[in-house]
Design a protein around this ligand. Structure first.
Ligand code: ADP
Length: 435
C-alpha cells in the first residue's frame, strides 16, 4: 500500500514538473511578446490537451487491443497503466488455472465408465460424457432435447417427476434389450439435475440366477416331500407300529412338515418377487377377511390360551391380492401367538390413520431388542434360532409380509420392547383403499 502510494506521488511529481516547465517556457515567450498571462493560459490548455490525448490512447488500447503491449504514457497515466496491466496479468493467470481445472474435470468425467448427463432446470439435456453415448445411446443431435422425450420408460418418467431422488432405479436398456442399468438423479444449482447411470447387467443376471435356483430347488423338493409325508402318515397310522420306532417317525414327520413349510414360503416369496408392483387389484372386504383369519387364529391359539381381541374400527376395503394379504396377516398373528408366553393378550386392529388405513397386531410377549428390528424382514433372520425352530418357524414370515406390503404400496412398521411386547403395523396408502 505504502509502495503504490509512493510511486503514485512520484508520478504526480513528474506531471507537476512537466506542468511547471511548460508554464515557465510559455510565460517567458509571453513576456517577450508582451502577453505573459495569455501565454500561461495557453500552457495550461496545452497541458490539458496532452492529458486528454493520453486518456484517449489509454481508452483506445483498453477498447481495441488490451492483449497487446500498452502505449507509452507518462505521469499519472503510467501509474494507472501499471496497475491495469498488473490486474490483467493476475486475471490471465487465474483464467488459465480455471481453464486447467475445468479441462481436468471434463477429462476425468469423460474417462468415467458411468454415464453422466447434465440436465437443466427446463429438463433439457445440456452435456454428457462418452459413456452416456454407450449406455444411454445419446447422440450429438440430442443436445437441448427434453430428457423425458429421450428416456420414455414409464419407471424413469415417474422417478424423474416425483422429485424424491434418494433411491436409485434399475431400468432395462432401450438400446440393447439384454442389458440393464442403474440410474440415479441428483439436484444441483438452480434446479438443474445430474443423471448418473451405470451398467448392472452382470448383477441383474446373478440375481436372476439366484432366484431361478431357489425357485427350481423349491419346485424339485415339493414332490419328494409330499411322498415322504404321505408314507410317514400311513406308517404312523398303523396300530402295530413298533413303539421303539414311533418317536423316530414322529420326529421325521415334524421335520418333513417344517421343510414343506419352508418350501411353501420360498415359493410364495419367489412369486411375490417376480410379479410386478401393481399386483391384483380386487376389492378385499377387510372386515370379512379379518374375521375369517381371526377364526383360524383362534383354533391355533387353543394350546397357547391367549386372550385374542379383534377390533374393526374402519370399514374401508383394500384393493389388492387376497391370498397374499391373508398370508401376511396370518403370519403376523401367528408370530404374536408364538412369541408370547401362555395367557398373554393379543390385539388385532383395522383402523383409519388420517388418509391411511392400518392393520396392526400388538402382543405383550417376549419383545425384540432394538438392534434386531431393522434386520427382521431379511430371509432366515431370527432373533433366537432355537426358539424359532421349536415353534415351527421358517424364518421367512416377515420377509413375506414385507414383500406383500411392497406390492400393495404400503409399508411394515415394527415397534417392540424386550420383555414388554411388540406391535407390527401394516400401513396402506389411500390409493389402495376404497370406502
Ligand atoms: P419365524 O418363522 O422364525 O417366526 P419370521 O420372519 O416370522 O420368522 O420372524 C423373524 C423373527 O422375528 C422371529 O424368529 C422372531 O425372533 C422375531 N419375531 C417375529 N414376530 C415376533 C413377535 N411378535 N414377538 C417377538 N419376536 C418376534
Amino acid at each position: 500500500m505504502s509502495n503504490s502510494t509512493t510511486s503514485l506521488l512520484d508520478f504526480v511529481y513528474q506531471d507537476l514538473l512537466r506542468l511547471i516547465g511548460l508554464v515557465l517556457i510559455f510565460f517567458c515567450i509571453g513576456w517577450v511578446v508582451g502577453m505573459p498571462w495569455l501565454a500561461v493560459l495557453l500552457a495550461l490548455f496545452l497541458f490539458l490537451l496532452l492529458q486528454w490525448y493520453s486518456l484517449y490512447r489509454l481508452y483506445r488500447w483498453m477498447q481495441h487491443t488490451p492483449d497487446q503491449e500498452p502505449p507509452e504514457l507518462g505521469g499519472v497515466w503510467s501509474a494507472l497503466l501499471y496497475n491495469i496491466t498488473r490486474i490483467q496479468i493476475s486475471e490471465h493467470r487465474s483464467r488459465k488455472n480455471l481453464l486447467g481445472v475445468i479441462s481436468r474435470a471434463q477429462t476425468s468425467v469423460a474417462a468415467l465408465e458411468e454415464a453422466v448427463v447434465l440436465i437443466d432446470a427446463s429438463s433439457l439435456i445440456e452435456w454428457w460424457n462418452p459413456a452416456a453415448e454407450k449406455i444411454l445411446g445419446l447422440k450429438s443431435g440430442d443436445q437441448g432435447r427434453n430428457i423425458l422425450n429421450f428416456c420414455r420408460a414409464p419407471e424413469f418418467v415417474s422417478y424423474y417427476q416425483q422429485g424424491n431422488y434418494s433411491q436409485e432405479i434399475k431400468l432395462k436398456s432401450w438400446i440393447n434389450e439384454e442389458r440393464y442399468f442403474q440410474c440415479k438423479l441428483t439436484r444441483f444449482g438452480q434446479n438443474d439435475r445430474l443423471l448418473v447411470a451405470y451398467d448392472v447387467t452382470r448383477l441383474h443376471n446373478l440375481e436372476l440366477m439366484r432366484k431361478d435356483f431357489v425357485d427350481n430347488v423349491s419346485h424339485e423338493l415339493r414332490t419328494p416331500l409330499t411322498v415322504l409325508s404321505g408314507y410317514l402318515e400311513t406308517y404312523m397310522d398303523q396300530d402295530d407300529l413298533n413303539p421303539r420306532w414311533r418317536r423316530g417317525f414322529e420326529q421325521m414327520r415334524q421335520q418333513t412338515t417344517r421343510m414343506t413349510n419352508i418350501v411353501k414360503d420360498l415359493l410364495l416369496l419367489s412369486r411375490l418377487e417376480n410379479s410386478s408392483a401393481q399386483t391384483e387389484r380386487k376389492v378385499i372386504d377387510m372386515p370379512y377377511l379379518l374375521n375369517k383369519i381371526f377364526d383360524d387364529a383362534q383354533a391355533y391359539n387353543a394350546e397357547f390360551k391367549h386372550e385374542l381381541n379383534l377390533e374393526i374400527e374402519s370399514f374401508r376395503s383394500i384393493l389388492g391380492a387376497e391370498q397374499e394379504l391373508t398370508s401376511a396377516f396370518t403370519n403376523l398373528i401367528t408370530n404374536a401367538i408364538k412369541y408370547t408366553p401362555k395367557g398373554g393378550i393379543i390385539r388385532v386392529r383395522w383402523f383409519d390413520d388420517g388418509d391411511d388405513c392400518c392393520f396392526s397386531v400388538t402382543d405383550n410377549g417376549i419383545g425384540i431388542e432394538s438392534h434386531h428390528i431393522n434386520r427382521l424382514t431379511e430371509r432366515f433372520y431370527r432373533v433366537d434360532s432355537d426358539r424359532s425352530r421349536d415353534t415351527g418357524g421358517t424364518g421367512l414370515g416377515l420377509a413375506i409380509v414385507k414383500h406383500v406390503m411392497l406390492q400393495h404400496e404400503g409399508r411394515l412398521e415394527i415397534s417392540s420392547k424386550r420383555e414388554q411386547g411388540s406391535t407390527f403395523l401394516c400401513r396402506f396408502p389411500k390409493e389402495r383403499l376404497v370406502e
